[in-house]
Every structure is written in C-alpha cells, then in structure tokens.
Design a protein around this ligand. Structure first.
Ligand SMILES: Nc1nc2c(c(=O)[nH]1)N[C@H]1C(S)=C(S)[C@@H](COP(=O)(O)OP(=O)(O)OC[C@H]3O[C@@H](n4cnc5c(=O)[nH]c(N)nc54)[C@H](O)[C@@H]3O)O[C@H]1N2
Ligand SMILES: Nc1nc2c(c(=O)[nH]1)N[C@H]1C(S)=C(S)[C@@H](COP(=O)(O)OP(=O)(O)OC[C@H]3O[C@@H](n4cnc5c(=O)[nH]c(N)nc54)[C@H](O)[C@@H]3O)O[C@H]1N2
Ligand code: SF4
Ligand SMILES: [Mo]
Length: 736
C-alpha cells in the first residue's frame, strides 16, 4: 500500500507545526524537468529501499523509479528510524540527484588556489595525480602529513584508506564544532556518550526539558516523530531558549534565558531538587557516587543566585524544578546536539548529565534507553600501522585531556606553518564544507593556502571544492553502495545503502575512489574485494544476514532485547568507579572542576547583539541550500531581531541590514524579521545560507553565511571544542 505523498512526519498543527513545510513542499507543483527537481508524487514502476544522506540521521527510504528516473522518495515503514515517514529534506533527495550544478567529472585546478578554475580530466589522470602526490608526501614528511576531514556515512572508505596509509589524522566538524562536549560530558558521567542517533526515549517521556536543542527546527526524523507522539499522549515540555522556538510554542514553560547562563539554571534546579529531596534516592544509592560532594557544591546555588545570572525569576526556577522532578521516572533533560556554545560546554553537559541522574533517567523508560546493536564482524584487513595523533594543541600550547576525537580545527591549525604543532601538508576532504563548517574562516583559508595538496571528494561545487587542487566527484547516495549501517539503537538493526539508479555523468562511488587510490598507493590489501557487492556479501555472510533479503527490504531487525531497567537490563557504567560519577575524579585529576561551575561570559555592548544560529526544518546546513526543491521552500535566511530593538533602530520587516561583528567583519545584506520571539540581547539566523561558490547557481548569494561572522571562539579546556556563540554584531542599515 503506497504511502501518501503527505506522509512526512505529521507534526501537524495540533503538535509542532512543521508540517506546514511539508505541505508547502508537496503542494507547490514543481516542474518535473530534471533541472528543477522532481514532483515528489509520482509512483514508480520500481521501488528501491536504501537510506538517506540528506542529513546524518540516516533514515530508511523507499525510492520510486519510473523510466530510469527517481520520481519519489518516501519513508521505509520497516526502518526503525523513519517508520514510513521522512522529514522534508529526506523527501527532497531528488533535488540533489538532479541538481544541474552537480560535479560531473574529475577536475584539476588550472589557476591560483581559490580561483575556482578547473579543467575536466579523466579518472585515470586525477587518481594518478593524487596518488603520485601522496606517495611523495609520505616519503618526504611521513604519513602523518596527510589529514582527512570526513562527514557523512560514505566517509568510512576514506578512513580505511587513511589508516592504511598510516595517518590517524581523521577529524570531522561534528566533534569539536558540534556534539563533542556533550559526548565527553556523558562519557565522564556515565562512561558512554549519548549516541548518534541519540538514545533518548522521548516517546515515553512525561516531561521533556530542552536546553536550546530546538527539536522541530532541528529536525531529526525519529526524535520529532517521538516528540509529536509524546505531546499527543500528554507529555509536557520545558523549553529553555533565548528564542521562542517551534518547541517553545508547544511548551508548558518557556524560559527565555540570558544566553550563556544555562549552567546557573541547571545548578539552581538541582539545588531545589536536592533540598526538597525530589531526586530518585534508590537509583542514586544503587548506581551513583559523589552525591554528598554534589549536595555541598549546590548549597549556595539558590534560585535567587541563579536569577541574578539567568534573568529567570526565582519562583519560576522553583516551580519548574518541581515540575521536572514531578515527571520522574520519565523526566528527560535532552542532552542537546550542537553543544559548542561558550567554551564551558563540557561543564554544561556535565550539569545536564548529573541532573538526569538525579531524575533517575539513564537507562529508564522515558529517559535514555540502553541501546543494542546488531553484531556484524568487521571485514578482515591487514593490521594498521598508524600512530595516534598526539594530543591536539592550540595557540598557547594548551592540551585537552578529554579530546576523545581529533579536533577538526586542530588539524587546520597544524596545517599553518609557524604554529607549534605544524606538520600537516595535505588534506583529503570528504563531504564536509570546511569553509562554512569551521569557525575563523581566515584561518581555514590560511591553512589551505599553505597545503601541498587539497583533494575534495564531493557531489557539488561547494566552497571547499573551489579551494581544491583535485576534485573527485562522488555519485550521490541514490547512486551508490556504502557500508552496512548498524548503529546501537532501541532495536538492533542493519540497513543497506544501494544504488537506486546508475551514477549520472562521470561520477563514481566513494568505495571505488578509495580502492583505486589504495591500489595506486600499494595499499590494495586493505581493499580485499573486487567490488563493493563482494564486500557486502562477505560482511553479511560473516554476520549470518541474508543479503538478498536485506537488499529487498532495506533493513533487517535483530531479535528485540530489553533496553531499559524496567525491562530488566542491569546497567553497567564503564567509568573508573563503575558507577555514575556525579563528582568526577577524572576531571579533578585533570585540574578541571569535578562538579560543574558557573562562569560568567562577556556580554554584548549596548549597541551590540549576541549572534545565535540554528536550523530550519527544510535544510541541512549549506548541504541543501542549493537544492532547488528545498530551496524554494526556504530560499534565504532572515535576521530575527527583537521587535522593541527593531523599533529603536527604526527597522521594519524585510528591511535590509548589514551586520558588523566585534572584529569589524561585515556581512552582506540580510532581511530583518522584527519579532517578540527573541530576547533583546541577541539576534538569530539559520546557518547554511549565503553561499559564494560560483558553481552553486541556486544557493549563491541567497541570505547570509553566519560563519563569516564567527571570527572568535571560546575553547573548551576539557575537550578542545570551539564555542561559537561568543560573537557580537552591530546592525547597520544596508546602503541600497
Ligand atoms: N533541519 C535540520 N535539522 C538538523 C540539522 C540541520 O542542519 N537541519 N543539523 C543536525 C545537527 S548536525 C545538529 S548538531 C543539530 C543542532 O541542533 P541543536 O542541538 O538544537 O543545536 P543548536 O543549533 O546549537 O541550537 C540552537 C538553539 O539553541 C538556542 N540557543 C542559543 N544560545 C543558547 C543559550 O545560551 N542557551 C540556551 N538554552 N539556548 C540557546 C537557539 O536560540 C536555538 O533555538 O541539528 C541537527 N538537526
Ligand atoms: N557557523 C556555524 N558553523 C557550524 C555550525 C553552525 O550552526 N554554525 N554547525 C556545526 C555542526 S553542528 C556541524 S555537524 C558541522 C557540519 O558541517 P559539514 O561537515 O560541512 O556538513 P555539511 O554542510 O552537511 O557538508 C556539506 C558538504 O558535503 C557535501 N556532500 C553532500 N552529500 C555528499 C555525498 O553524498 N558525498 C560527498 N562526498 N559529499 C557530499 C556537500 O556538497 C558539501 O560540500 O558544521 C558546524 N559548523
Ligand atoms: S532526518 Fe530527514 S534528512 Fe535526515 S536522514 Fe532522516 S529523512 Fe533524511
Ligand atoms: Mo552537528
């Protein structure tokens, strides 16, 4: 029974309101010419299951094909992350497949770096060029001179290539610019991170507290479906956000906190919960250490103390603390995802982790489930010889004791001659637009300019591609196989990515590109298969999975196992004490606060605003803003500006302004959206707009790129993350 074209996640008017986006998408009647994306409604004569790559959640999709053309993409009902529904972006995947700007053949740079001038060459020529340079680089400087930046599921083949080559310099902006601090905070507290996809049992929560994480705009399919279901069931939301987000519109309490002060609120909530003995005593006695130290630490973190810092009335803090505790078990403080905010983010993550422990949420229904993964043995390969990268260093020689992944900006820094740890001479960049993803763009460019080699493996001519020496065009996710996907989740499962149609133009799948390079580098033994089908056949066979069945259904679930304490799981905590560490001896040993401390951050001057940014449901960063299909639903970003401040500045709706940041960097013009829905001390825009790459014919010069204004960061001393919410802007009327 085919699903209706409207079966995007139904967070309809009754719940979250993003269905408007889906509705708009479905009803706009796009031209079905290849150049402008396909009408999503046409049934195909063939349906191929695979999984989405429009963001990193990787939902299962069913792609309809008619006469060799993908006509519609819908959710795979059998896939546990999509359950038959997709977010607007997933449905818009054909907009990428048929994007007229796609990279069509390998390219070699013909003019100075960044000129975006290239000539098309054959695969032989491009691969020989890259391999030749990589061989010479290794001889001259050693394998560590090569760094990989990789984001997205297809990056696995290039990680294999890197490890075989002998370099452990593998990083992604999804650690230090994104969720690294949260992962580290949960690892310190529970011995494991919060997962991706997160192990949040939102569906069964009674009270869900969101600290900034703007679910509904931050659109991770399963979470938003769970949230819609929870709300329908009567779950209540507490939303802490300086902006009245979509989720705030559905909340029982919206707390418009002063940006950067969440730790004070979290400590005061815990103060009330401990004072009034509203915590889960049995749970803490059984599983946690450090309660007495925590209690002493919280003694002076009163609601009154927090009011002075957060701007949230003491009575409101008391009332919401009681409300949150009243929801347990099943009261969940969402761990957040992009948590690189103010440089004390591991501390905030720890405060969130500890509050969850007071509520007894880890391992509990309506809290965090304890996930299970399908056991799939790795494909055998010879041992790797790479040495781990030494602890990353930033200016000043700082070392980060809990940096559990390599830092993307650390690799960038180590590519700038004259810096303390300078040793990187070449970059492979897979599926990450570093120019927009890394803060301090001028440093990214400085690093690029000093490289011996920059290879971009991408699907579109995005900004980073414009800086490359060699461009290797990958086939899109709808045209290729990738490795099996079996993340730890509520139900163990394995999903397959497989080609829906043949690769267009002279593009190739990542596995092929990596294997070809490997063979040219004398590393063919690390790719011991003729083709990816053989690889997948061997991996599934080793795991006892029926590949034919998997290819037919797109996903196979393993036997259900208990995933909560209620269902009988005995939780284990791989921390040094084997328990939940409220007090962190590891932090203390590293000379860092063992209990979360509040630090005051610099505030914007009277004519300034703090620059905040986030997501919109129909876009994934700059990855989709050239997708005409999604771009027409939201073609540019606007500046959210508090209505009173707009009036003071004499600015009306849609007037064009220029933003000038604390370092004098000026933005291109952006339209103002005066609104009561944001505090007066900050402004907000959606990230991912304002492309300037020549080849992005749809997305170019639409809206503003927030990254250009992120010229300073606050570095997290625990794990090296780059807090990016620390930039201030003035607003000037744009001259026409
Ligand atoms: N549609 C869509 N969904 C996405 C993505 C996408 O590109 N598009 N990207 C995915 C990825 S990789 C990530 S990491 C997540 C990111 O999504 P989130 O984890 O939700 O993270 P942020 O983008 O940091 O959150 C922005 C929200 O935090 C609020 N905020 C800003 N400063 C503060 C503060 O000091 N305190 C509090 N309490 N709130 C504050 C902002 O007003 C805004 O509502 O989204 C994921 N989901
Ligand atoms: N200023 C600012 N900076 C940020 C953020 C922010 O909100 N504001 N968010 C941060 C966060 S949370 C994250 S996770 C990072 C994410 O930042 P990135 O890692 O850059 O993620 P994307 O923007 O999705 O990556 C886009 C690149 O992948 C390419 N691509 C798309 N599909 C494919 C494919 O199938 N194969 C290949 N080879 N390439 C493909 C696109 O063409 C594009 O060049 O950015 C971080 N940086
Ligand atoms: S959340 Fe949306 S874009 Fe992300 S994988 Fe799922 S359907 Fe695709
Ligand atoms: Mo992210």
């Amino acid at each position: 029974m085919p699903l209706s074209r409207r079966s995007f996640i139904k967070i309809s008017s009754a719940t979250l309101g993003t269905a408007a986006a889906g509705g708009a998408l479905a009803s706009r009647g796009f031209s079905s010419s290849r150049a402008h994306g396909q009408d999503p409604g046409t049934e195909g004569d063939r349906v191929v299951p695979t999984f989405c790559e429009l963001c990193f959640w990787n939902c299962g999709v069913l792609a309809h094909v008619k006469d060799g053309t993908v006509t519609k993409i819908e959710g795979n009902p059998a896939h546990p992350l999509s359950r038959g529904k997709l977010c607007p972006r997933g449905t818009g995947g054909t907009g990428l497949l048929y994007d007229p700007d796609r990279l069509r053949s390998p390219l070699l740079r013909t003019n100075v770096r960044g000129s975006q001038e290239f000539k098309p060459v054959s695969w032989e020529a491009a691969l020989d060029e890259v391999a030749g340079k990589l061989i010479r680089m290794k001889e001259q400087y050693g394998p560590e001179a090569l760094a990989l930046y990789s984001h997205g599921y297809g990056g696995s083949w290039f990680k294999t290539l890197m490890s075989a080559y002998g370099s452990a310099n593998i990083a992604a902006p999804s650690f230090a610019q994104c969720r690294g601090s949260r992962e580290v905070a949960f690892e310190l507290t529970y011995g494991m991170g919060a997962g991706s996809p997160e192990w949040t049992d939102i569906e069964n929560s009674r009270v869900l507290t969101l600290i900034g994480s703007h679910l509904g705009e931050n659109m991770h399919n399963t979470q938003v479906q769970d949230l819609a279901r929870a709300i329908e069931r009567g779950a209540q939301l507490v939303v802490v956000d300086p902006r009245y987000s979509v989720a705030a519109g559905k909340a029982r309490y919206w707390l418009p906190i002063k940006p950067g002060t969440d730790i004070a609120l979290l400590l005061a909530w815990m103060h009330v919960i401990v004072q009034e003995q509203l915590y889960d005593r049995d749970y803490l006695e059984r599983y946690a250490v450090g309660f007495e130290e925590l209690k002493a630490h919280l003694a002076d973190k009163t609601p009154q103390w927090a009011f002075a810092r957060t701007g949230i009335a003491a009575e409101t803090i008391v009332e919401t603390a009681r409300f949150i505790a009243g929801g347990r078990p099943g009261s969940l403080i969402h761990p957040g995802r992009r948590t690189a905010w103010y440089g004390d983010d591991t501390q905030r993550g720890r405060a969130i982790a500890i509050l969850n422990a007071l509520l007894g949420a880890w391992g509990r229904e309506g809290g965090f489930f304890l996930p299970a993964a399908m056991p799939i043995p790795a494909h055998p390969h010879p041992p790797y010889a790479h040495k781990p990268r030494p602890a990353p260093v930033v200016p000043g020689g700082q070392v980060f004791p809990f940096a559990s992944s390599t830092l993307a900006h650390g690799q960038c820094h180590a590519s700038i001659p004259g810096t303390a740890d300078y040793d990187i001479k070449g970059w492979l960049v897979y599926g990450t637009n570093l120019v927009q993803a890394l803060p301090e763009e001028s440093k990214t460019i400085q690093a690029i300019q000093a490289l011996d080699l920059l290879v971009a493996i991408d699907v579109l001519p995005s900004e980073i591609v414009g800086w490359a020496d060699v461009v290797l065009p990958e086939a899109t996710y709808l045209e290729r196989y990738d490795d099996l996907h079996a993340p730890p989740w509520r139900e163990p499962y394995v999903a397959i990515r497989q080609p829906v149609v043949d690769p267009m133009y002279d593009t190739r799948p990542g596995w092929w590109i990596a294997k070809q390079l490997g063979e040219r580098l004398g590393l063919g033994a690390y790719f011991p298969f003729e083709d990816v089908e053989q690889y997948l056949a061997e991996r599934t066979e080793a795991a006892g999975i029926d590949l034919v069945e998997l290819a037919k259904t797109g996903v196979i679930e393993g036997p259900k196992v208990p995933v909560t304490i209620e269902q009988g799981v005995q939780p284990t905590f791989p921390t040094p004490s084997g328990r939940i560490e409220l007090y962190s001896q590891q932090m203390a040993d590293a000379g860092l606060p063992p209990l979360p401390d509040f630090t005051a951050h610099e505030e914007p001057g009277p004519d300034q605003f703090r620059l905040l940014f986030g997501r919109a449901p129909m876009h994934t960063f700059g990855r989709t803003t050239n997708n005409a299909f999604l771009g027409r639903v939201m073609a540019e970003n606007v500046l959210w500006l508090n209505a009173r401040r707009a009036q003071e500045l004499g600015l009306a709706q849609d007037e064009l302004v220029t933003l000038v940041n604390q370092d004098g960097v000026r933005s291109p013009p952006i339209k103002v959206m005066p609104t009561e829905r944001i505090r007066p001390d900050c402004v907000y825009m959606v990230h991912g707009f304002g492309h300037d790459a020549k080849g992005l014919s749809f997305g170019r010069n639409r809206g503003v790129n927030d990254t250009q204004l992120v010229t300073r960061v606050a570095i997290d001393p625990a794990m090296g993350g780059t807090g990016m919410n620390v930039n201030f802007v003035r607003i000037e009327r744009a001259v026409a």
